[in-house]
Design a protein around this ligand. Structure first.
Ligand code: ZN
Length: 449
């Protein structure tokens, strides 16, 4: 362990916890142990936390008292996570409509922190979480970074936009980055000039870890490839906040000379699942969230089937999110991970629910199926837009060596999946604009989405 890692662990974070009234260090110790518990033990922990949360919600949160009374449900009837389907699903619209009623009585005592979701599709959502919920969330993130060899205080670079890097960081935020030795690099407008500047900064700074949006890290890796350069001394790249196509993963691995650890997360609902070094799926951070998988009828979907994620934040007492429809789809794994951790595993992430394209002929194609198609082509970037029920517009930034064979390959694969009656137009572009939050959208399922 380096001297700075020791200082971070024994001075910086304990001091940060004291000043900010957070509990990151306490939870890091607890999560270090519980990751090795059996699945049964973890579920028992979830049940205990859920019973306390539901009792609090019924007593102190007008929205939950109302929906439970309407269903004739008592607190005693929600004893385990298997009882959750008795409670209604919480959607973004319901949060907006019941904003005041979702806040707990004595709201301030839970040290609420106001958050805004990045709103990559649709309107951003404002909501409250608590310093306690944020603390265990950060502890779970640090735990997963440790799976890739991270030690607190290791130098890192974050290449992202507003979802990870606020546009106008506060003094406290800047101080935190300084103490954590985290250098922020903007992923907004990644031109060749900005990437050349980022490359110089990274080569001078020599970080051990690079975190960022998959598209930003991929474009940067592709820039390095075009310059015949590779990074030295990077132990892992942490990708988050977008889908990660296989071709992106491979390019980042090759040019950064390290593994990619992909991370899934949504702060509202506390959904969090992250790859370990075995790369057999994404371990759910079961200590802070219960992630249910449900089919289109709202019924529990078994392992192996694409399903919608509902997340219950077991620590947010200021504004409880119980069975929150995150808007993402995933497939639960049928097997355990060979690393031996008891944390349940998501086999694959299927993208946003809004990324599913439904054609007039009845076929539905998920975001992950569409991104998979382009992994075989010399395509630098792409975006598939549904312009009508049976019509697609494919925007393509050509990669080196792109030929007509590539066009034939992805249009042929799209037709073989979507149906021969689907019309496909291809438009070659120089770049594809990101969302306001700086994220790339691979799929736009309707012009209005
Ligand atoms: Zn594992």
């Amino acid at each position: 362990m380096t001297v700075y890692s020791k200082i971070t662990q024994h001075v910086v974070y304990p001091l940060g916890d004291a000043v900010l009234r957070t509990n990151v260090m306490k939870y890091m110790d607890a999560l270090e142990r519980s990751q090795w518990w059996s699945l049964d033990e973890l579920v028992e922990m979830q049940n205990t936390k859920l019973r306390a949360l539901v009792a609090h919600a019924y007593r102190n949160v007008p929205y939950y008292r109302r929906v439970m009374d309407e269903r004739g449900l008592s607190v005693a009837e929600i004893r385990t996570v298997d009882d959750l389907p008795r409670l209604p699903v919480l959607t973004k619209d319901l949060v907006r409509q019941n904003y005041a009623d979702l806040k707990a009585r004595g709201f301030r005592r839970w040290h609420p922190s106001l958050e805004t979701s990045s709103g990559s599709t649709g309107k951003p959502l404002q909501y409250y979480t608590t310093m306690d919920a944020r603390s265990i969330g950060w502890a779970a993130t640090f735990r997963s970074w440790k799976w890739a060899g991270y030690r607190l205080g290791d130098k890192r670079v974050t290449m992202a936009a507003s979802a990870l890097l606020p546009e106008r960081p506060s003094v406290a935020q800047r101080l935190r980055w300084f103490a954590e030795r985290n250098v922020p690099l903007s992923a907004v407008h990644l031109t060749r000039e900005t990437m050349a500047s980022h490359a110089r900064r990274i080569e001078q700074y020599r970080p051990r870890f690079i975190r960022g949006y998959p598209t930003a890290l991929y474009l940067f890796a592709d820039y390095l490839r075009s310059q015949g350069r590779c990074l030295q001394g990077v132990k892992a790249a942490f990708t988050t906040a977008e889908m990660l196509p296989l071709s992106y993963r491979r390019t980042i691995e090759n040019q950064f000379g390290c593994q990619v650890q992909d991370q899934y997360g949504c702060i509202e609902g506390a959904a969090k699942a992250i790859e370990c070094a075995s790369h057999q799926g994404y371990h759910i951070a079961a200590e802070l969230t219960k992630m249910e998988m449900v089919d289109s009828d709202g019924k529990a979907a078994g392992p192996g089937k694409p399903a919608d994620i509902l997340a219950t934040d077991l620590h947010n007492y200021a504004m409880p999110f119980i069975r929150y429809a995150v808007g993402d789809r995933a497939v639960l794994s049928e097997s355990r991970c060979s690393c031996g951790r008891g944390l349940p595993v998501i086999k694959s992430l299927e993208g946003r629910t809004t990324d599913v394209i439904r054609f007039d002929n009845g076929v539905a194609l998920s975001g992950v199926a569409i991104t998979g198609i382009f992994s075989f082509c010399q395509v630098k970037q792409f975006q598939v837009v549904q312009t009508a029920g049976s019509r697609l517009l494919v925007k393509v930034v050509k990669g080196d060596g792109y030929t007509q064979t590539d066009t034939d390959l992805y249009t042929g694969l799209l037709r073989s999946h979507a149906g021969q009656d689907v019309e496909i137009a291809v438009e070659y572009v120089d770049d594809i604009p990101t969302t306001k939050a700086g994220k790339h959208r691979f799929v736009i399922s309707s012009p209005a989405a």
